[in-house]
Design a protein around this ligand. Structure first.
Ligand code: HEM
Length: 140
């Protein structure tokens, strides 16, 4: 069971952070080759598909992450591992908040969506830090 949940966690992380990297490195730069009307249509279509991917990833990461905390950390005394894990979870929730701000269909979030490249870049950097901390926790 622990192996299966770890697989779910890592796979969701690959889809989530990989999806953000794909948008930033491939899709958004390529969309600049289109005219404004086609670009708008493409971005709306991408956004409604990315919504389901990112929401599924968030649910899977939280459920599998909580299982991992229960399985590997619950009995561990407070110390460096817990501190790093706490930092990781706070950063992970910052990534989730950015993803939600970019995909929830609320008019109030339109200003965030207009600066999507900036927010996606921040989410990518935070996500990479989360993965670095996770790798360190695994080795330590
Ligand atoms: C941006 C979101 C997240 C990413 C990219 C991410 C990524 C990862 C990765 C790559 C691992 C290493 C797995 C392995 O080596 O087998 C891991 C482990 C882990 N994750 Fe996450 N994770 C995220 C969110 C969360 C959340 C929200 C929680 C808790 C609620 C969590 C709890 C854990 C725990 C407890 C481990 C095990 C660490 C260890 O091996 O000591 N993760 N995560």
């Amino acid at each position: 069971m622990a192996t299966f949940v770890q697989w779910v966690h890592v796979t969701a992380a690959v889809f989530g952070i990989g999806g953000i990297a794909f948008l930033l490195a491939v899709l958004l730069p390529s969309a600049r080759a289109l005219g404004p009307v086609e670009r708008g249509q493409l971005l709306r279509a991408v956004s409604s598909r990315f919504r389901w991917l990112s929401w599924s990833v968030i649910v899977l990461l939280i459920l599998s992450g909580l299982y991992n905390v229960r399985q590997f950390y619950w009995e561990v005394a407070w110390g460096r591992s817990w501190t790093l894990l706490t930092v990781k979870i706070v950063l992970a929730f910052a990534v989730f908040a950015i993803s939600l701000a970019l995909t929830l269909p609320f008019q109030a979030l339109e200003r965030v969506r207009q600066r999507r490249e900036k927010w996606l870049s921040i989410a990518l950097v935070l996500g990479l830090i989360v993965i670095l901390i996770s790798a360190y926790l695994r080795r330590g």
